[in-house]
Design a protein around this ligand. Sequence first.
Ligand code: KG4
Length: 334
Amino acid sequence: MRILAFESSCDETAAAVVEDGRTILSNEIFSQVALHEIYGGVVPEIAARSHLEVISLLADRALEKAGLGRGDIDAVACTYAPGLIGAVLVGVNFAKSAALALDKPLIPVHHIRGHIAANYLAYPDLEPPFLCLAISGGNTMLVDVRGYTDMRILGQTRDDAAGECFDKSARVLGLGYPGGKPIDDLSKQGDDRAYDLPRPAVNDGNPYDMSFSGLKTAVVNIVHHAQQTGAALDEPGLAASLCRAVSEMLVGRTMDAAKALGYERIAVAGGVAANSRIRADFEAACNKAGKALYVPPLRLCGDNAAMIGAQAYYEFLAGHTADSSLNAYATMEL
Ligand code: KG4
């Protein structure tokens, strides 16, 4: 089954063709980073307008790269939640029109389910159940993936997402937007013990819930203090200490959950899964605990439409299709 899939929840417009949930036939991405960079973050209205300008072109390119015509497509899928509402709406409306024009089923996909499904593309043998840590710019959650469409959130951030913590820290350091990659790059020249950063814990019941706003504030305060007093700032050391703190918070909880629930397979997904410290720490922890680790290649960690096409296949098999009354949602339960 060949699915033409769209992703437009934030600042990447993407179209892809995926076969049977596992094989990428094409995966076209237009990044809007250059449009938002000057503002230090994503401007929702600019994002929506840009999606509108390029989505049709990307759809044609995805078909062309796959070597397919419109008649070769069996279904159309799109991210319908969560995300910037104006941005998600563009993809939903385009997908609705395409499904109507092609007279094919329309499959709505939850963005985070899509991130998790990036692992099905990278690891054709991976099947649920497994534990997945989904870490992106807007979400941070530990998910019990019981089936392809049967998931339970074990814990999640109570405030900022891990990606947001990287982005805001990078902003105060003048590293631009998005900040995860520049922080990652800078951290490689730094001492990860240069700064003693907090690892905020949530102490009211759920051991798998997380909090990143205190860590972000600690970094902001260190930078502001240095700016105001003229004290020396070890930027690579701060970046390395931040990567270490975020990684320890994420890897520790994930390994605890895997042990408590008896999971032998651990997956990581989302843009922050590109972080080299987090990847290395997961590898070491899984090796030590004798667990299998699944982390998508960098090109499938960030937002893309292939992951939406992968999850869409399993949503279709579960009977989860929509008609032209489908709406977009800024927030949505997993
Ligand atoms: O999954 P994604 O592309 O978009 C969302 O669905 O949010 O994730 C984007 C996030 C941003 O916060 C970005 O700074 C972060 O992923 N990111 C990284 C790295 N590359 C991207 N964070 C840490 N280290 C990286 N190498």
